[in-house]
Design a protein around this ligand. Sequence first.
Ligand SMILES: O=C(O)CCC(=O)C(=O)O
Ligand SMILES: [Fe+2]
Length: 347
Amino acid sequence: MSTGTAPVPAAAPSPTPAPVRLLDDASVDELHRAADEILTAFGTSATSPALLRRVRGSAAALGPSIRHQCRPVDTDAGLFVLRGLRVDDARIGATPESWRTAGDAGAHHDIALLLLATVMGDPIAWEGQQEGRFVHNIVPAPGHEREQTGASSSVLLSPHTEDAFHPGRAHLLMLTCMRNHDAIATTAASVRRTRLDDATVEELTRPVLPILPDDAYAEAQGFAGEPPRVPALWRAPDGLTLRFDPAYTPLAEATPEYRAAYRRLEDELARVSVAVSLSPGEVLVVDNDLVVHGRVPFTARYDGTDRWLKRASVRVPGRRTRPAAEAGEHGYGQAAIEAHAAEAPAA
Ligand SMILES: O=C(O)CCC(=O)C(=O)O
Ligand SMILES: [Fe+2]
């Protein structure tokens, strides 16, 4: 159709500018069957020690194909999209009005996500967030439009490390899409794709500023202890990692040199940022030590058809992507609860 003289349309952004890992049909069946069995046995996705034990057992029995697709992030992009899961738009029902009222909405997918998270590592929950659930519902909520939390909509959710304030934060962040009619993108920027001069990296590896708890942690925000100063960048054995949340970092307290270096990092992250618009059934897996994520602004519908993601946070035992000094941080009184840390006592 096109001729040499026809105007060239502006290049459309790639719909999913992220490495995609396709689950084969047999793996998808296997995962959905395992999730169904657990949901039938327990009647809820609310996690009890018994349900978590069952998830651990079922995850261990999943086949080599799923395990292969759940291997660690293996490119500088620091993320991948797992594709193939089936979401029945009618069966999942209306998008919940907020995480508070979500309850067991889409419970099958809570369990499927927990199974995948357990293949990748150890899922974590926070007592102070979404009532201690291991799988969070990310939906826009009335009254929260302008927050820097998952419940917002009308503002840019600025790029951040998930739970950056805490030494027990996830190594991996997983977002499963239930519904996204308006193709609203998650943004992601990998520090391994930035170009920073050595002086900037040196400046930002010094522990100069704290990262304060975000608005999803009301209790931690009232913590009385002295906020620890933490480095924004760290030279890990296999490359640069970052801990970054400008919305909760008191930059005004730093020297002009530090602020300039921080701005260079922000600019570079903006330059390499990609927009990933998830479709139902896709799972975005982000390495939380390499990649900061956020979300573009959007107008919430509030009619039961809103964008709806489910989120899991995962720790990967034995990783060496963070400075040893983090072990001494108080974490603002918040504790991450590991799903499979030890045999949980019977409730
Ligand atoms: O809504 C999104 O795409 C990402 C929200 C977010 O930052 C999160 O779930 O941690
Ligand atoms: Fe986030």
